[in-house]
Design a protein around this ligand. Sequence first.
Ligand SMILES: [Zn+2]
Length: 300
Amino acid sequence: MLKIAWTESYVLPLPPNHRFPMSKYEVLPEQLLHEGTIQSKNIFHPAPLGEEWILQTHDRDYWIKLSTLALTPQEVRRAGFPLTNELVQREIVIANGTVQCALYALQFGIAMNIAGGTHHAFTNRGEGFCLLNDIAIAANYLLHQKLVNRILVVDLDVHQGNGTAQIFQGDSSVFTFSMHGAHNYPLIKERSDLDIGLPDYTQDNFYLSVLDANLKNLIDQVQPDFIFYQCGVDILDTDKLGRLSVSREGCKQRDRLVLGAAKENKIPIVASMGGGYSIDFRDIIEAHANTFRLAQEIFF
Ligand SMILES: [Zn+2]
């Protein structure tokens, strides 16, 4: 069964006119239920993650400052959300969503989080709407529990997975792969194990052929026994922040390549949603919904 992490606190109340499209976390599960892609039994409601698991990935000082709402105004600005207890709760529930998804993926082959992919969170700071790195936390959880040996992170959000790259720098059990817009935020990029920076206005054919070749190589070379997939949809040509020109169909083909490779090679995979800032909200929902539709089609 396709297990999906979601709970009400994923939807953080934001000030009016805040630039983050928070309502996608509310509308996407409604859409998936409404159209019959999933039923309510597919959804599970994660509890907040225990502090010990946060500290496997993040510095204690940073976690204390975050959880006691003591980040500096500059740090709060960089993160992009008002710093409240609700925000901290949301982050630790989402992080546990990805941890629990990882356990479900070992059982069912795949599981998905309707949030997360917070790849701009570093060991000691947050930025770009990311405070805790859910993928890194879940990867460290699996490794610590000796459930897997070698993890591949496939980060296809239009923005580089800079936090994830920093967290796993020098860690040979996690291979970080980020394919992103070369001229997109972050301006100064970290070094992933493999970075592919794409030129502005990259279209479907080029995007998909580069991805396909690299994915095959990585599965051969890295021999991962687990994959985390950051499936941000800000690669779309309709995106306000992205600089690429991938169509909605191209984005769906991208998901098919990644999910198909995991299924074909029998590698458990967890998808965390990542970014999406299309001008028309329906473009965001449709592109994210496609990832879930494909998961059902390919795996079940
Ligand atoms: Zn992004």
